[in-house]
Every structure is written in C-alpha cells, then in structure tokens.
Ligand binder design. Structure first.
Ligand code: NAD
Length: 686
C-alpha cells in the first residue's frame, strides 16, 4: 500500500502502520491512508486491527501546516468514530509520542498498549484550541473527571507508566505492536459508550481557579474545562457536537492565531541551531554569581566540563556555594539524587582564583559585574590565558558589546550571549553579533543553544539589545503616565488585565529598584538633551532608600508578603507632577495599556529598522519568553499586526503630537502602514 499508511494482514490481524516521518503527524494524506487501511482490513475479514506508528512516534498530533486552514476531508472525528464502531477490535500500539489527534485516535481503540518510553497528552490548549476529535468526551469517561481536567486543561504530557496508573493505557510492553497482536481485549464497552463520569463541582472550580492564576485571559483553557464538565451531563453525541463547534470557533480565534505565531517563531528560532558550528566540550565561566553559577550549572548538565573563575578566594567560596545550592535545589525537586549531584559537581567543575591554572576550553562566558572596565580586563586576561580557538562571550545586559571585546587578538571569536535569570531555567537566549563576530562563531553559539534547549534570538549591538531596550522604553512610558495622573497600582492592574504576568512596578520591586537606577544613571537621563526625564524613580531610590521587596518597601509598602499602595510614593508622584506644572488627569485602564504597548511596538519597529532584530517574530519571542508578555497575544509585534499598522501609526502620531520628545512614528512603521503590511512581512538581516 503506497503512501504514509501501510497495512499488512497476517494470521487474521491487520497491522496498520502510520509512516509519515519525522513524527507521523496526522496530515490529510495520513487520514486518507487510514481510511484506506480500515477499508482493506474490513474487506480482508480480519479478527483484529493493530494501529501503530513507524519510528519514534505513534502520531504526534495534527499537521502544523494545516493549522490555519479549514479542515479537509476525511475529517478526523469521522475516522475516529469508524475506529470505535469497527466490527472487530482495533488496538492501539503506542510505540512513541501520542499527542493531540494521535491520542484521540488511541482513545477510540478498544485497548492501548504503550512502549515504556511513550508519551501521551492532549496539549491543544497550548495552541489556543481544545481537542476537536472526541478527546474532551472520551478521556473523562475512561479515566475520570479530575485526571482528565488536569491533562486537558494544563496540556500536560505524561509518560507510559503514569498513563497506566491513570487507566489511560491497559499495559506497558517493550514491543507494543507484538503485544497488541494477541493481548486480551478488555471486557468493556467502546470508550464513547462508557458511562458518563460523575460530576465533581469542586474539581471544576479548582481547575477554573488554576486557569485564572496561570493564564488569565486565555479562553481555550476555560472552554476545555466547560467541555470536560459537559461530559458529566450531556449524552456522548451531544458532547461531541459541542466539542467540535467549540474547536472550530477557537481555531479561527485571535488567540489561536497568536499562539500559532509563537509556536512557529519558536520552531524557526530553534532550527537555527542545526546550521553547523562546532561542538562545545569544555567551558570557562568567569564570575560565579547569580548568572555565572546558573550558566555553569546548565553547561555541566550537558556533560561539559566547566572551570569557574573568580578573582579572589572569597569569590571562589561564594561561587562554590552558589553552584552547590543549584544542585541541592535539583535534588529537592526530585530531578536528581544527592549522589548523582555530588558526582557531577566533582566530575565537571573546577574552581579557579584567577587565570593562572586555567585548562584550555572551547568557550569562555563572562558573567562578572556590569561594568565596562571590569569586563574589558576580564577579556584581556582570557585572551592571554586561553587558546586562540576559544570562543569568548559576554553576558552583559546593556553594555556596548563591541567595546567590551575591543583589542582581542581574535575578535571573530567574540560575541554576546545574553542569558536570562535564572540562566538554567529561562528558555530565552539573546545571541549578540558583535561587529567582528564570524558566522562560524555564531553557528557554534547557536548549536550550543540548541543543546541547552534554549530559544536563541539573534540580535545586533545596541543598548539593551532587543529585550532590555524595549523594557526600558516601556517603563519610561509608564513613568510618564505617573507624571500625568495615574499611580503605580493602577498601571500594574491595567497591564495585568492585558495579560502581563506582573505589572512594571511589581516587577521592579521584585528585581530591585537599584538596577534600573544604575542603568538610568549610566544612560545620563537626568541631563540628556531632547529627552523627557521623569525624576520619580530616582527620588525614591535617593531619598527613601526603598529598593523593593529586598528592603521591605519599594513602589509598594509590604506587610509580610502582601503589597499595598504606598502613600509616600503617591505623594512623591503628586509632588513631581506639580513641580512640572502638570494638571493631573484620570487614565482609563485601556488608555494605560494602549500607551504602554504602543511604546513597545514603536521601539520594536525601531529595532527592526536598525537591523538589531532580523524579524518581527524574534522580537515577539524575546518579549514572551523573557518579559512575560502574554503568549496568547503573540507578542507586541504580532499584536500590532492584529490591530493594523495604520492604526498603530495613527495612535503614535497622536501621542507624538502632545509629547514629541517621547514618541515618534518610525519610518518602517510608516511604510508598513502605507503598504498595509504585517510586521511579519518586514525585517532586515542584522
Ligand atoms: P552577581 O553580582 O550575582 O555576580 C557577579 C560575580 O562576578 C560575583 O560573584 C563576583 O564576585 C564576580 N566577579 C566580579 N568581578 C570579577 C572579576 N574581575 N573576575 C572574576 N569574577 C568577578 O551578578 P549577576 O547578576 O550574576 O550578573 C552578572 C552579569 O550578568 C552582569 O553583566 C549582568 O548585567 C548580567 N546579567 C544579569 C542578569 C540578572 O538577572 N541578574 C540577567 C542577564 C544578564
């Protein structure tokens, strides 16, 4: 049988194998092939059908290329219904990944046998949709309401053993296809004919509360909860109809489009690591503080040996303790055992005071204080101590990467690797191309990023690169709104309402007001010409010593862990408005969001226009993964495309008319507005 589905009949059993590399996605051709295979099995009068996948996957879900299109025949729900009603038992042999539509196929089978390494899940909500082929109705009938809510609403992917414990698979076998040929078929009705699970209002309420906490504003999770709940009340066929209707409506929604956009942007970013480059086997990390320890820990986890450098014995002691703390944490969270953690530290780590005894290394990553002179001295020392093949990388957050690397003997081996904190957890990595960085160096860095399972985004050199540059602008816009009439608590509440995980002032209280203060000082904002300087944040740091949660007060007062608006801050805000002769006015939450997000978009267009980012979707990735921009809004640039560039330009024009120092329509946005282009259509190589 040609095509992506093969059917072999042997001893009265039809073995149907889905073979659509690399991961057997359920394309239209696979659906057609399945129909033909079922026809052939029926015609051959077999006594059983075994359904399995070739390679490492059973069926990894829908075909991403068909995501945005209208469904094409044959429709998956019809195939699944046929499997469920098939005259002889169909048994799923889950050889590997069974996700989304793949698991929905398996759910309709009379039994499921899984390989020990198989993974199962219904992750549709992560793409802004719900399972659309019976998953929300069959799964709760098979495993009960609570577990089904947890799997479907969190999009959780589980292993074969957990699936067996839940009753989702009947057996685990090393060769599931062989086992499925002859295993007994459980004596129970087809999944769709199982009795509805009893209602559980408490579980439903808890799921709703969790959805509100984790992804406020995202519709798909709430709809998924409704559907699973409906399985307890509606007859099976009515539940299926409601599910399909919900699935089709969500598929066409803005949120699903935004989540697909981020998904494809991530895939494109991660594919960059496949472009060659050398493998890294050994590393030097300079500075064992917050970032250096996290970077070293992540590298060691890949089997890379790490020499961690501090400048004095006390620093070495702190670095050791920082690394040990990360391992202890991993042990506490059950990610490794105490013995394995101990062994990995002993095998992978060397701690060095200075550069005298450094072993040769493939890469050196600097994570010392954010100070130009300190960093330049570190690179001079690395240049002298390490072989000429060693790649040299700085983790600076804002400094001019070109200046940091000036004077190196092999400047083509130099670049920026801007990790986010905590470095071993955060997926985002800004890869900064210095003036001298060679393509080979970039390729090696991207390859390392892929091994670290990071999402790498290429950026050119400018103050703050992509993410911190937009962050700085966004905060400035919010500070301006404080001057003109609003207060921190309203700004935070409005932006949380938009979907940001936290408001800008809450974030500053968490990370410390001193960091942004030092940055403003470095930028010389107080005396900068042609710039609207807002003194509020500087006054807080200089006059009150309130640096955020670490000092027990910042933009907010803290009683224990609870934040409340501070009368002192409100007074400083009011005083500064008065001093500037501003008549304070009211802001709606909507206006706050419009201004804050428009400023991100304006900065994003400048970043594209200057070639700092190669494409709009990279900017979205940075903001979603590094700054908690709501994923379901697709990032600021995707959001701009949804609103329309002409409308964004009009808004910025209006803001610029009243505050020309702070706003202006970038030429690239003007062009996009004129040509009715989407930000994704723009971009220049950095
Ligand atoms: P940190 O203060 O926690 O750690 C800095 C470490 O560098 C300290 O352990 C210090 O002893 C060591 N050090 C200082 N001078 C040294 C020298 N000359 N030689 C060897 N070691 C030296 O700071 P951090 O938060 O880890 O930040 C480090 C760098 O990473 C900075 O450039 C910062 O801007 C950047 N960064 C920080 C974050 C963050 O969220 N913390 C995120 C991204 C990038």
């Amino acid at each position: 049988m040609p095509g992506p589905v093969h059917c072999v009949v042997e001893e009265g059993v039809a073995l149907v194998t889905i073979d659509n590399p690399p991961v057997n996605v359920m394309s239209q051709a696979v659906r057609q092939g399945l129909v033909r295979a079922l026809d052939a099995a029926e015609a051959a009068g077999v006594k059983r059908v075994v359904l399995t996948g070739a390679g490492k996957a059973f069926i990894a879900g829908a075909d991403a290329r068909e995501f945005a299109a209208a469904p094409q025949e044959p429709h998956l729900p019809d195939i699944i219904r046929r499997i469920e009603d098939f005259p002889v038992p169909v048994v799923a042999a889950l050889n590997g990944t069974a996700l989304g539509g793949g698991l929905e196929v398996a759910l309709a089978c009379r039994a499921r046998i899984a390989a020990p390494g198989a993974t199962l899940g219904l992750p549709e909500v992560t793409l802004g949709i719900v399972p659309g082929a019976g998953g929300t109705q069959r799964l709760p009938r098979l495993i009960g309401l609570g577990p089904a809510l947890s799997l479907i609403c969190e999009g959780r992917v589980i292993g074969a053993r957990e699936a067996q414990d839940l009753g989702l698979v009947d057996a685990v076998a090393d060769d599931p296809a062989a086992a499925a040929m002859s295993c007994p078929v459980p004596n129970r009705p087809a999944t769709g004919a199982l009795p509805a699970p009893p209602p559980d209002p408490d579980a439903v309420k808890a799921a709703r509360e969790q959805a509100a906490r984790r992804s406020a504003g995202q519709i798909a999770r709430l709809k998924a909860i409704d559907l699973v709940d409906a399985a307890t009340r509606l007859p099976f066929d009515e539940g299926l109809a409601l599910e399909r209707e919900t699935f089709l409506a969500l598929k066409a929604s803005d949120q699903a489009a935004a989540l697909r956009h981020v998904f494809f942007a991530e895939r494109a970013a991660m594919a960059q690591g496949k472009g060659g480059g050398a493998d890294i086997g050994s590393a030097v990390v300079v500075g064992g503080g917050t970032m250096g320890a996290g970077i070293a820990y992540a590298l060691a986890g890949l089997g890379i040996s790490v020499a961690l450098v501090e400048s004095d014995a006390a620093g070495v002691g702190r670095a050791r303790a920082n690394v040990a703390r990360l391992y202890a944490d991993a042990v506490k969270r059950g990610k490794t055992t105490a013995e394995a953690a101990e062994a990995e530290q002993a095998a992978r780590f060397g701690f060095h005071e200075g550069y005298g005894a450094l072993p040769p290394a493939d890469i050196a990553i600097e994570a010392v204080f954010e100070d130009m002179e300190v960093k330049r001295q570190v690179f001079a020392a690395l240049d002298a101590a390490l072989p000429e093949r060693t790649i040299l990388a700085t983790n600076t957050s804002y400094l001019d990467v070109n200046r940091v690397g000036e004077g190196l003997s092999h400047p083509e081996r130099f670049l920026g690797l801007h990790f986010f904190s905590p470095a071993h957890v955060m997926k985002l990595l800004e890869v900064i191309r210095a003036r001298t960085t060679s393509p080979q160096t970039l390729a090696t860095a991207l390859r390392l990023a892929a091994r670290l399972k990071k999402i790498p985004v290429l950026a050119g050199v400018c103050d703050g690169f992509i993410g911190n540059r937009i962050l700085t602008r966004y905060r400035q816009t919010c500070d301006i709104m404080l001057m003109e009439g609003t207060l921190p608590a309203q700004v935070d509440q409005a932006l949380r309402g938009f979907g940001m995980a936290m408001g800008p002032y809450e974030v500053q209280d968490l990370s410390g007001l001193d960091i942004a203060y030092a940055n403003r000082k470095r930028l010389g904002w107080r005396t900068k010409d042609g710039f609207r300087y807002i003194p509020i944040a500087d006054r807080i740091v200089e006059e009150t010593g309130r640096l955020g949660r670490k000092t027990g007060a910042g933009w907010y007062d803290y009683d224990g862990g609870t934040a409340s608006p501070s009368p002192l801050i409100d007074r400083i805000v009011a005083e500064e408005s008065a001093r500037a002769g501003i008549a304070r006015r009211t802001f709606s939450d909507e206006e706050i969001v419009t201004r804050a997000i428009s400023s991100m978009i304006e900065e994003g267009f400048r970043i594209l226009e200057e070639g700092i980012a190669a494409r709009a979707s990279d900017i979205d990735l940075v903001m979603v993964h590094g700054y908690a921009f709501p994923r379901w809004r697709g990032g600021p640039m995707h959001n701009a495309g949804r609103i329309g560039c002409a409308e964004i330009a009009r808004r910025i024009e209006a803001f610029a008319a009243e505050d020309p120092l702070s706003w202006g329509v970038p030429a690239l946005l003007r062009e996009a507005a004129r040509e009715a282009l989407n930000p994704d259509d723009l971009g220049a190589a950095p």
